[in-house]
Design a protein around this ligand. Structure first.
Ligand code: NAD
Length: 347
């Protein structure tokens, strides 16, 4: 289950080119979505072997489906891809998750590599071996743990990314500092989001995630610390998805979730009020406040109950034990969760 370290920076694509030249590889397929085929494929082209095949699915979470997998599997079958074919997933988390899943299933598993093109995919989705798709309205309902042969991260891809999408990935980066590295939180938050060179920040975030995953690849314990901000965040994201015109991006929900769960950490005596203030002040400099009314807080909190990470009726949350350290499996009641949303609402 261990993975080669991702290659991050300008050397990433030349290293990918070298891997794709291995004689054992029979065919190269490149999976893109409609945006990455337009905006990223040309940057990758000089590093791809002649004769590779381009596969494309529409862009967006709503296409992280079995139907899109069938498009990929049919194309692979029609092109007679054998067990020595390799799938290069060029895109955000939707493409890296779906492409990884397609590769893991096709002929019981072919090689795949991740070339993440959003900040979220570069610091989170492409690292840690989780692949999958949404099913019957449930996120990541079908999936497998499968490590790619390599992860090749070129921050240059981020130049075409919508600033809102960039922020969404930044939230996961902030999460990594909060759960594992207090000095990084202090140093990096001063730089803010207008970063000239993302390479060192991505390297730092990827290292934190890999270090945690290495200790608990199948998420039986420690890996749950990576869910900080996600209990409330997912609930908020899922609830607003049911409200036409109020949908928010994943990272935006996580930023709000991190404020709520930091507040819960204070209530449990794990985090100081000063630390909470530092966290929320910083997050509000980057992320806009998410609006809901107090009447909605119970309905939002109720979504947390459906989160597949919970055992029975207990809501298990990851809380902060001071900035830079996290505790997983902290029981929180639905009422406390709704209170944290009310706290956020009144900020
Ligand atoms: P995404 O893949 O939908 O990408 C967001 C948008 O940006 C899309 O419209 C995409 O076409 C576009 N895009 C991608 N790269 C671009 C570029 N360089 N320039 C311009 N546009 C570009 O979404 P995402 O935020 O990258 O990832 C979200 C997905 O990741 C979710 O499905 C989530 O479940 C998954 N995820 C997985 C893990 C994991 O551990 N496997 C972790 C976190 C998130």
């Amino acid at each position: 289950m261990t993975q080669n370290a991702p290659i991050i920076g300008p050397e990433a694509l030349p290293a990918l080119a070298e891997l794709l030249r291995r004689p054992a590889i029979s065919q190269v397929f490149v999976l893109t979505d409609a945006n990455t085929s337009r905006l990223c494929y040309n940057q990758l082209l000089p590093y791809l072997p002649e004769g590779h095949q381009l596969l494309e699915i529409p862009a967006g979470e709503e296409y992280k489906t079995l139907a899109s997998c069938e498009t990929v599997w049919s194309a692979l079958t029609e092109q007679r891809a054998d067990r020595f074919a390799v799938l290069v997933n060029l895109g955000g988390g939707v493409i890296t998750d779906l492409g990884g899943f397609c590769a893991a299933i096709y002929k019981r598993g072919i090689l795949f590599v991740q070339v993440p093109t959003t900040l979220l995919a570069q610091v989170d989705a492409s690292v840690g071996g989780k692949t999958g798709i949404d099913y019957l309205g449930y996120k990541n309902q079908l999936g497998v743990f499968q490590e790619p042969t390599g992860v090749f991260i070129n921050p240059q891809f981020l130049t075409t990314l919508d600033p809102r999408q960039l922020k969404s990935g930044y939230a996961e980066m902030v999460k990594h500092w909060l759960i594992a590295d207090a000095p990084a939180f202090d140093a990096y938050r001063r730089e803010g989001i207008f970063v000239e060179d993302w390479t060192p920040l991505i390297q730092h975030s990827v290292a934190i995630k890999r270090q945690i995953v290495a200790q608990d690849p199948l998420e039986t314990g420690l890996r749950k610390v990576l869910n900080f901000g996600h209990t409330v965040g997912h609930a908020l994201e899922s609830y607003l998805l049911t409200q036409p015109g109020r949908e928010i991006l994943h990272g935006e929900a996580i930023a709000a979730g991190m404020i709520c769960e930091s507040w819960l950490s204070v209530q449990k005596g794990l985090l100081s009020a000063e630390e909470l203030d530092k966290i929320e002040t910083f997050l509000f400099t980057v992320f806009e406040k998410i609006h809901f009314v107090t009447l909605e807080t119970d309905a939002i909190a109720d979504y947390a109950r459906q989160d597949k990470k919970n055992a029975g009726s207990t809501i298990n949350c990851t809380l902060l034990q001071g900035i830079g350290q996290a505790l997983y499996n902290q029981p929180v009641t639905l009422l406390e969760l709704a209170d944290s949303l009310r706290y956020y609402h009144h900020l």
